[in-house]
Design a protein. Structure first.
Length: 477
């Protein structure tokens, strides 16, 4: 994905930075333009980052548009005043559509003052990073090799010690820039690189090259949030947390919750391997059974994360009652609303509507009723598959109040951005129906939480759970 320069009365150079040498004052701002193709996904948060300066004071603008034929802006065409000193620009937005033909554009016309651009990136999430998403033609062969290999986290941790001297132990930065472990688009000399290929081609600068398997290992370690979680039999690099329930006992990173015997490893059912997790809900009133993960120890997952679980739910008769099967929660974000207090927690949930045996999104605060929120989104009452394995994915983003869900790869309409809409409501309206996320997610619960006195006993089998900073997607079934 090389940059494309549209230059009317100007020339461009790429020498560790982009320079537009502008000879005439053009009629339109876009007559002198630098652009880069992008693909954006609806509901995903992106951050644009770049450095800019000019030969003398002037203004330019930048935008993300839908490309040739339409040129419809996805963000406000943003003008900025620039000087002779580099300034760093950062702009965060949430994509309102999915489009594989969008472009990042810089418009520099209507002036003959030369412009410099450097360190241009579009990053998933709310922060600037420093590595790329995909290698291009022209990438050095050693870098291309690294991008095709599977990284080993433990080996990556060892190799990264060389990098830590400049980039910091957890990528926080030092004599070299900080590292963003999320997926990014990054360029060097007008060429884009993956994290693996960038390491192989250019890193480290003052020691023996880290190429091939070394680069793949270090990249896997960085993408895992600079941690080496136990992955059991899951493939290395499959996510920050990967659980296939193949050990003799439940892995110690998970805490079992509920009545004795209601959460067990079993050979009765399995999606892969020989075992799955069996969770029983007792019915007849409130009960919570399942496994809980401490997200506070996994910093790359505390603000936003994606997850995937394989689920098998036996059929039930009649109205068996609502239940939550996935919940991420944390302390209320007091900076986002003054109507919650330090005693409140906020939770994003994936639930089953017992009256219809369909999926439902839920937002709630605790203690329950203080204040009352309890919001829900039904999304056309998509039925829960019975007696067969189904792939359920989620995305929880506390920074943009976003809940997104997929069933077997298809996005469900119960997904919510910021507030309720059609097929949705709240039991209480103290937050103006905004699904205000927690300040951080510190707890992930998977299992069966039942609420109603009329609830019936239920069973859910769970297998191949992955939680990561990027979407995991479903396995081949």
């Amino acid at each position: 994905m090389n940059f494309v320069a549209g230059l009317s009365g100007a020339t461009a150079s790429y020498n560790n930075e982009f320079k537009a040498v502008i000879n005439t004052v053009s009629e339109n701002t876009w007559d002198v333009q630098l652009n880069h193709p992008l693909s954006v996904t609806q509901g995903t948060t992106y951050t644009i980052c770049f450095d800019v300066k000019a030969e003398s004071a002037r203004s330019i603008s930048y935008n993300i548009d839908t490309g040739p034929d339409k040129y419809e802006g996805l963000i406000k065409n943003t003008p900025i005043n620039i000087t002779t000193d580099y300034q760093s620009i950062k702009y965060t937005f949430a994509a309102e559509i999915s489009d594989s033909t969008t472009r990042l554009t810089f418009n520099m016309g209507q002036s003959d003052v030369d412009v410099y651009l450097d360190n241009i990136g579009v990053f998933e999430g709310n922060n600037c990073g420093s590595f790329a998403a995909a290698p291009l033609a022209g990438t050095p062969p050693v870098a291309l090799t690294a991008s095709t290999l599977t990284g080993n986290l433990a080996n990556g941790e060892t190799s990264y010690k060389t990098c830590a001297g400049c980039h910091g132990v957890s990528g926080a930065g030092g004599s070299a820039p900080a590292i963003n472990s999320n997926k990014v688009v990054f360029t060097k000399n007008a060429t884009a690189y993956s994290l693996e290929s960038y390491i192989a081609a250019f890193m480290p600068k003052d020691a023996t090259a880290c190429s091939g398997q070394c680069a793949a290992d270090v990249a896997a370690f960085i993408k895992a949030g600079f941690t080496v979680p136990s992955k059991n039999n899951c493939a290395a690099g499959a996510g920050v947390v990967c659980e296939d329930f193949e050990e003799n006992t439940l892995n110690s990173r998970w805490k079992s919750e509920g009545s004795a015997g209601n959460v067990t490893l079993t050979t009765e059912e399995k999606f892969s391997g020989t075992k799955s997790l069996k969770v029983l809900g007792a019915g007849a009133g409130y009960n919570a059974n399942g496994i809980t993960l401490d997200l506070s120890q996994l910093t790359s997952l505390t603000k936003n994360h994606y997850g995937r679980a394989m689920l098998k739910t036996p059929a039930v008769s009649g109205n068996a009652g609502d239940f939550t099967f996935i919940e991420a929660s944390g302390p209320a974000n007091l900076l986002a609303t003054t109507r919650l207090t330090e005693s409140n927690r906020a939770a994003y949930r994936a639930r089953v509507d017992g009256a219809h045996e369909s999926f439902m999104a839920n937002y709630d605060t605790s203690p329950y009723g203080a204040p009352l929120t309890d919001c829900y989104s039904h999304a056309d009452f998509v039925a829960v598959p019975k007696d067969t394995w189904a792939c359920f994915e989620w995305r929880f983003d506390a920074t943009t109040n976003t809940l997104a869900y997929w069933l077997n790869g298809t996005k469900l309409g119960m997904s919510v951005k910021d507030r309720v809409s059609a097929n949705a409501n709240c039991a209480g309206h103290v937050l103006d129906d905004i699904w205000s996320g927690p300040s951080v997610f510190d707890k992930l619960h998977i299992g069966i939480d039942q609420y109603h006195n009329t609830s019936k006993p239920r069973t859910v089998y769970i297998d191949d759970v992955i939680v990561d900073a990027e979407r995991v997607k479903c396995p081949q079934q």
